[in-house]
Design a protein around this ligand. Sequence first.
Ligand code: SF4
Ligand code: SF4
Length: 487
Amino acid sequence: MNDINTNSKNKVKVDGILKGFPFSNPPLEEDLYKCVHCGFCLQACPTYVQTGLETESPRGRIALMKGVIEGRLTMNNDVIDHWDMCIQCRACEDVCPSGVPYGNLIEKTMSQVSESRKTSILTKGVNWLLLRRILADQIILSGLVGTMRIYQKTGMHKLVSVLKVLHLIPGNLGSLHDSMPRLSDKFFSADGQTYHPFGEPKKTVGLLSGCIMPLINGPEMRSAIRVLTRNGVKVIVPKEQGCCGAIHSHVGDLVKARDMARRNIDAFLSKDIDAVLSSSAGCSTRMKEYGELLKDDEVYIDKAKQLESKVKDINEFLYELPIDPPKGRLESSVTYQDPCHLAHTQKIRSQPRELLKLIPGLNLIEMRNSDRCCGAGGTYVITQHQMSLNLMDDKMKTVEETGAQIVTTGNPGCWMQMNQGAQKTNMPVQVKYVTDLLDQSYRAERIENETETESISINESAWEEERLELRSQWEKRAGDRRKRRDR
Ligand code: SF4
Ligand code: SF4
């Protein structure tokens, strides 16, 4: 257990707001005291449902924050452990009748924790390297994940898992190693490329590539782009963009989260676009809240609000467009897992379902507790491994109950977690994004129309990818030529 710095000399007092939190920008009293202890949020909270403990509930965690602010409690490890256990799924915020902004409260609380936690120099170094260098720099991250891909492809990963050598080391390194997601054969990268629809574009969008998603979901990101261009949307992928900052906020590193937000604001506002899209629920939520994150930044606050107004989850955007209903039949059953950051924070529930219902032959079966967290969530899989596994097991049981052949979602964390769950339980269920199925149906439609064979469909899809890739390379080279000419 880590020790923390509770040196009272560090405590700052700001009129009626702060008594016990040691740093500036603590959770606000006006938000905290909106909680009237009614308990409506308890059954929505996955950690309360798992443990039955008040201290692992939203109400309990808020009471601990109040205890610290009022000076009745010290922010020691016994208190911090309960905040650490919170997944930040914000299911509680969604059901709270008093409008307690729990997401904001826990984010500010974790920022206090992050600044005061006493850790070894080694842990500090690893955190700095991971959060500030690797996650913030897509070239370094791609290099690292590329090495992991070689490790997976050469069979080393399987061998180490079978020999269980890492399980001899204390901690959960062995389990984390075994749950490494399948890495994309071909990463997606933000190179400043543009994807054009046939004909005049109906809309032009900027696509957030993100940090982890392009490395594990390269093919899925290309599927999403094909669905957009098929529906007359021009897609620009700015090179200057970076990680949205959600993982940094999750662990309380708001300084770096703000840096990442400013970078994305500059990258997207410099383009002439109608919307900024993300296929990741966690990223679109973070970007929709850049205004709150940068509210004390005089230079960026207006730009942050301008960007926020353009951000859309890809399902939300496709539903509103609206898309041409695909005609290719997919004779399958499917269920939908609501990502917490779509359902609870963005209130996007019906749009992905309506898109699935457009696909002929696809039978949508609702699952029980579809909006209960699957146990993924920033670094939660690593820091609270056992709780994350318990939630994953529960989620896979509810998927199994539906008997569906496919489970869809809209967030890379959920996608990885359910893939891991399916692998662990040998469940014959495929995990997909809604846009994967739309893409599949559009492709099937072409085959049905042209009465082509399966082998042609594979060749055509390869050709389509090749075409998009060649076009983006061509655009890039043309851009470089223009820059050279302008110089
Ligand atoms: S957070 Fe909201 S729902 Fe939960 S106890 Fe407080 S007021 Fe009630
Ligand atoms: S954010 Fe999720 S895990 Fe945390 S208190 Fe709220 S419901 Fe519980």
